[in-house]
Write a protein that binds this ligand. Sequence first.
Ligand SMILES: Cc1cc2nc3c(=O)[nH]c(=O)nc-3n(C[C@H](O)[C@H](O)[C@H](O)COP(=O)(O)OP(=O)(O)OC[C@H]3O[C@@H](n4cnc5c(N)ncnc54)[C@H](O)[C@@H]3O)c2cc1C
Length: 388
Amino acid sequence: MSSLHSSKSSSRSPRIAIIGGGPGGLVLARVLQMRGLTPTVFEQEASPTARPQGGTLDMHADSGQVALRLAGLDTQFSALARPEGQDERILDKTGAVVFEQRAEPGESHHPEIDRGDLRRLLLESLNDGVVRWGYSLRAVRPVGEGRHEALFDNGTTETFDLIVGADGAWSRVRPLLSEARPQYTGVTFVEVDFNDVDRRHPHLSALVGRGSMLALSDNKGLIAQRNSNAHVRVYVAARVPEDWVKVGIDLKDARAARATLLQLFADWDSSLLALLRDCEDSFVPRPLYALPVPHLWTTRPGLTLLGDAAHVMSPFAGQGANLAMLDGAELGVALSEAPDFETAVRRYEAVMLPRAQEAAMASAEGLEGAIAADAPRAMVEFVRRRQG
Ligand SMILES: Cc1cc2nc3c(=O)[nH]c(=O)nc-3n(C[C@H](O)[C@H](O)[C@H](O)COP(=O)(O)OP(=O)(O)OC[C@H]3O[C@@H](n4cnc5c(N)ncnc54)[C@H](O)[C@@H]3O)c2cc1C
């Protein structure tokens, strides 16, 4: 151990900063809290309700669910989860179903949960004061003996024995460990929504079913997911240049945005175009970025990364949040069990980095198969292979 201050046998309790209160950072905080350590999560958002979390996540049995078990939250998760959300259907642009899988009763391989419910579950499991809202990390600077000083936009400066970058794709901790930057994948999503879908849009409710519906063809896709409360989120996907949301489509003008998207999908079946015609008036851009694969760094005392900060990847293998949570849980276990933090971080990174590499390769393969000229053929093969 290079630093007395980061030793758990030191006279004072070690100071751990987790930058970012996403799924990964919150699981880490929860596991550390359960094991008698006292982390602080610094979150740039002003409050838990500053931004709707939106969307749905499937929690995989071998990652997200493992993390929830280590966080002691598996029972509460089961009460909130939607096993029927595991239903999956793939169509082509004519509306023909080319793959369909319905979840059997009791199946819990990857049940869905709303992001908002998951975040609330994690936040409510933390002691008061663990999360400090309105703290946006500006910079990190080494101050010797493996310790680092964090400077926040609100002018606060604090020194820590360990700083964990759980601050997502555009991490401000990552540059201290690696020069890598996320690269545009070539695919942009535009996010649209349907409220009260069963009553207001029964045809779309039937099209999407209880889980996910992916319509894929010609380097494009309409990916719809049912959330709770009869809400459906649709990702309109296209292979477009990185600056398309700036120069190719006006997403602030709902009429213009709708017209551009309808034009882009002009030769798709009318039943699918209803996903663009009838959605609410909000069009949110989500260009997809991924870190280079593999993304590796040399372990450095006093710093590490988890989740998207370490391995942001396209969402096509549905693993990002699951891995972030597993990273957080495993790092929490390592920090509480290893003789010192440096050993803990080394052990954690030795498992996390190769696992992330494998997942990132699968997600790149998923993206290439889904948003492809010959889609949905490769995507169907990919899903079948993933299911063994
Ligand atoms: C369209 C889409 C669909 C997806 N679907 C799935 C899916 O189905 N399944 C799945 O597993 N994954 C999915 N993902 C990926 C998933 O969203 C991410 O991998 C996951 O959220 C990463 O968690 P995280 O905790 O590492 O980071 P994040 O969720 O990005 O959280 C980072 C947190 O850090 C905060 N922050 C950022 N910068 C700072 C700063 N400077 N100072 C303080 N706080 C800061 C942010 O406000 C945020 O709260 C999807 C992603 C996209 C884009």
